[in-house]
Design a protein around this ligand. Structure first.
Ligand code: FMN
Length: 192
C-alpha cells in the first residue's frame, strides 16, 4: 500500500520562525510513522495580496499554481500557525485565498476538499497561539478540510527550543511528533 503523503508548512515566512521549527518536528513524527512528507516554506511561494482585478487580468500567480499542485498531490496537511492579533496570519490567509480560486475544468475547492489536517502553533505568549487555531480550524473546515480534533499550542516559544530546533521539554517533543504520527495513522486508515 503506498504511503500517505503529507504537505507540511508554517503560516510564517520569518527565517527564525518558531512555527517553522515546530512543524519540522511534527514532520519528523509523520515520517517515522511511515508517511511521505514534503516540507515547504511559504517564503518560497510569494504571492501578491489577492485582488480580483489582478486575477481577472493575469490569472493565478505562478507560485499559487505551484503550491496548489503540491496540495493536489498530497492527502494531508501539517500546519503550524502563528497567531496574529488573536487570529490567522495574513500570509496564511492570503495563500488559502489564492489556492481556493478555481481554474477552468477544476472542481470547486479542489486543493482542500477531503484533505485531512493537523494543526499546531507556537508563540512567545502564554497561550501559545491557541486563539488563532480556532480561526484556522474554522476556515479549513468551511472549505472542506477534515481537521483532526487534536492540536498543540506551544507557549513561551522563545525559550522552548534548543539550538538544534528540538523542543527542550521531552513530553512536548513527543507530543508534537505524536501529532504528526497521528495524522499519518489517520490517513493510512482512509486508504482503500
Ligand atoms: C502583527 C502581529 C500580531 C501578533 N499578535 C499576537 C497574538 O495575538 N497572540 C500571540 O500569542 N502572539 C502574537 N504575536 C507574536 C507572534 O506570536 C510572534 O511574532 C511569533 O514569533 C510569530 O510566529 P513565528 O515565530 O512562527 O514567525 C503577534 C505578532 C505580530 C507581528
Amino acid at each position: 500500500m503506498p504511503a500517505p503523503r503529507i504537505l507540511a508548512f508554517a503560516g510564517s515566512t520569518r527565517t527564525a520562525s518558531f512555527n517553522k521549527k515546530l512543524v519540522r518536528i511534527a514532520a519528523e513524527g509523520a515520517r517515522a510513522a511511515g508517511a511521505g512528507v514534503t516540507l515547504v516554506d511559504l517564503r518560497d511561494y510569494p504571492m501578491p495580496l489577492y485582488d480580483g482585478d489582478l486575477e481577472a487580468a493575469q490569472g493565478q500567480p505562478e507560485k499559487a499554481r505551484e503550491l496548489k499542485a503540491l496540495f493536489l498531490d498530497n492527502d494531508g496537511l501539517l500546519l503550524s500557525c502563528p497567531e496574529y492579533n488573536s487570529s490567522i496570519t495574513g500570509v496564511l490567509k492570503n495563500t488559502i485565498d489564492w489556492l481556493s480560486r478555481p481554474v477552468p475544468n477544476e472542481p470547486p475547492l479542489a486543493a482542500f476538499t477531503g484533505k485531512v489536517a493537523a494543526l499546531m502553533s507556537a508563540s512567545p505568549g502564554a497561550l501559545g497561539g491557541l486563539r488563532g487555531l480556532v480561526h484556522v480550524r474554522s476556515i479549513l473546515g468551511n472549505i472542506g478540510v477534515i481537521v483532526l480534533p487534536d492540536q498543540i499550542a506551544v507557549s513561551r516559544a522563545g525559550e522552548a527550543f534548543d539550538d538544534k530546533g528540538q523542543l527542550k521539554d521531552a513530553k512536548q517533543q513527543t507530543g508534537i511528533m505524536g501529532l504528526g504520527a497521528r495524522l499519518a495513522g489517520f490517513l493510512q486508515k482512509l486508504r482503500p
